[in-house]
Design a protein around this ligand. Structure first.
Ligand SMILES: Cc1cc2nc3c(=O)[nH]c(=O)nc-3n(C[C@H](O)[C@H](O)[C@H](O)COP(=O)(O)O)c2cc1C
Length: 181
């Protein structure tokens, strides 16, 4: 299995990227598969000008293609104005509506306000249900106190990462046909 992370951060270091990486690291430690992480910076500075998939820059196509070929996806976004970042949505606007069908997806986000944990259920979940993905029931939302530094989650947060990866493992079993959805 190959698990791809995509983080909608616009700068590095990034708490969102750190959160997605933590989920990938736990998945890797459990032997669930190989992992790779991409973010909006990997898509290059011209990504916002992309309007047609056929005309995207090679670095954008590399990210899109990695997402499409993955066996599972861990997505993350910083909360901007109560929702996902515009460029996070723009990335997923490039896909055909069937491109991600039945792919397990874990939803994560970081923000400054506890109330905006709702981004998981009001913004991310409808987007990934539109794509007919296997969306994990529980999302993972981290606030600034959940990080020691932007590069490092506090130790006590790890139990939540583990619980998230428990569900990812179950979804991967569904994908591989070992159990039913
Ligand atoms: C333009 C902008 C808008 C933001 N809007 C919100 C918001 O509506 N709600 C919230 O909880 N945090 C908001 N934040 C805070 C970020 O979501 C938070 O700092 C996040 O962890 C940053 O992630 P990053 O380190 O990956 O960039 C905003 C930050 C910026 C820069």
């Amino acid at each position: 299995m190959h698990i791809v992370g995509f983080s909608g951060n616009l700068s590095r270091p990034s708490r969102t990227r750190t959160l997605v990486q933590a989920v990938l690291d736990e998945a890797s430690a459990r032997g669930l598969g190989t992992t790779a992480l991409y973010d909006l910076i990997d898509a290059g500075p011209g990504f916002g000008q992309t309007t047609e998939r056929s005309k995207v820059q090679p670095e954008v196509e590399a990210v899109l293609s990695a997402i499409e070929k993955s066996d599972a996806l861990v997505v993350g976004t910083a909360v901007y104005k109560g929702a996902y970042t515009g460029l996070f949505k723009h990335m997923f606007d490039q896909f055909d509506m069937t491109a991600l069908a039945r792919k397990p997806v874990v939803l994560t986000a970081t923000g400054a306000a506890p109330a905006h944990a709702s981004v998981i259920d009001y913004h991310l979940r409808p987007l990934f249900l539109f794509f007919d993905t296997l969306v994990a029931t529980r999302g993972l939302y981290a606030l600034q106190p959940d990080f020691e530094t932007p590069d490092r989650l506090v130790e006590s947060f790890h139990a939540r990462v583990e619980r998230t990866v428990d569900e990812l493992a179950q979804l991967l079993q569904v994908r591989s046909g070992k159990t039913s959805s």
